[in-house]
Design a protein around this ligand. Structure first.
Ligand code: F6R
Length: 244
C-alpha cells in the first residue's frame, strides 16, 4: 500500500523523509539501510548527517546496501556511485565502510557478482529502502520492461535515462556509461519499509503512473502498489497530477 505525503518543495521533502526513517535509525542500531544515489536523496542524507553530528544517532553497527552502480566506471571516478555515497554520506557519519555495499561494476564475472549481491540482500533484509524514481518510472536501474521477478542484474540504460544523467558527465552523453548493475525489483520488494522521494515536474508523470496507473512492468515503480509498507513523499511539482 502506498501512503502519499505532499511536501512543498525539495527541502520539505527531505525533512519529511528524515522524520519517516528517524525512529528506525534510533531504535535499531544494527539496521540495514537500502540507499539510492542521484540528486533526490542528497537533502535526506544532509538531514541524516546533521542529526548524526548532533549526537542523536549512530551508524556504527549499521549495514548499507546500495541500489546500483555503473558498469566499467573506476571506483575512484567522481560519478561512480561508490564515490557519490562516500562524498554525500559515508564520509560524514560513523558507518564502517566495510559494512557499506555497492554493486561491483568492475567484476570480471558479472553474473556471479549479481548473484552474490542478491544473496547478501536476502541474508540482510533491508529495514528501510530509500528510492528515487526515474522520469520513465524506473526504480534502481530497473528500466521499463524489467520483470517484476528480477534479482540483481546487469542492465542496458535507456537513452532517456542516460540523457537525464548526462548532467553529471559534463553534459556529454558519450561519457555516460551504457550499462549498470542494479538490485532487482524482487530484491527491492523485500524491504520492510520503502520510502520513495520525488521532486520536480520531470517526475510528475511517473508519480501519477506509479500511484494510480495499472501495475505493469511498463512502469516498474507501479510494483510498489503491491508492497505493504510504502511512503511516497512528493513535492508540489512532482505530485502535480495527483494533488489532493
Ligand atoms: C539511483 C537510482 C535511480 C534514481 C533515479 C532518479 O541510485 O537508482 O533510480 O533514483 O534515476 O534520479 P535523480 O534523483 O537524480 O532524479
Amino acid at each position: 500500500m502506498i501512503v502519499l505525503q505532499h511536501a512543498k518543495d525539495y527541502d520539505e521533502m527531505s525533512k519529511i523523509a528524515y522524520q519517516a526513517i528517524r525512529e528506525i535509525l534510533i531504535n535499531k542500531p544494527d539496521a540495514v539501510l537500502g540507499l539510492a544515489t542521484g540528486s533526490t536523496p542528497i537533502g535526506l542524507y544532509k538531514e541524516m548527517i546533521k542529526d548524526y553530528e548532533a549526537g542523536n544517532v549512530s551508524y556504527k553497527n549499521m549495514v548499507s546496501i546500495n541500489l546500483d552502480e555503473y558498469v566499467g566506471l573506476p571506483v575512484e571516478h567522481p560519478e561512480s556511485y561508490r564515490s557519490f555515497m562516500n562524498r554525500n554520506l559515508f564520509d560524514h557519519i560513523d558507518i564502517d565502510k566495510n559494512n557499506t555495499h555497492v554493486p561491483n561494476g568492475l567484476a570480471d564475472d558479472v553474473d556471479q557478482a549479481c548473484a552474490d549481491y542478491t544473496a547478501f540482500a536476502k541474508a540482510h533484509p533491508i529495514d528501510v529502502q530509500i528510492l528515487g524514481i526515474g522520469g520513465n518510472g524506473h526504480i534502481g536501474f530497473n528500466e521499463p520492461g524489467t520483470a517484476f521477478s528480477s534479482n540483481t542484474h546487469k542492465v542496458e540504460l535507456k537513452e532517456n535515462t542516460r540523457k537525464d544523467n548526462a548532467r553529471f558527465f559534463d553534459n556529454d552523453l558519450s561519457k555516460v556509461p551504457t550499462h549498470a548493475i542494479t538490485l532487482g525489483l524482487q530484491d527491492i520488494m523485500g524491504a520492510k519499509l520503502i520510502v520513495l522521494l520525488a521532486s520536480g515536474a520531470g517526475k510528475a508523470k511517473a508519480i501519477k503512473e506509479m500511484v494510480l496507473g495499472p501495475v505493469t512492468p511498463d512502469c516498474p515503480a507501479s510494483i510498489l502498489q503491491t508492497h505493504p509498507n510504502v511512503i511516497v513523499i512528493a513535492d508540489e511539482a512532482a505530485s502535480y497530477y495527483i494533488k489532493g
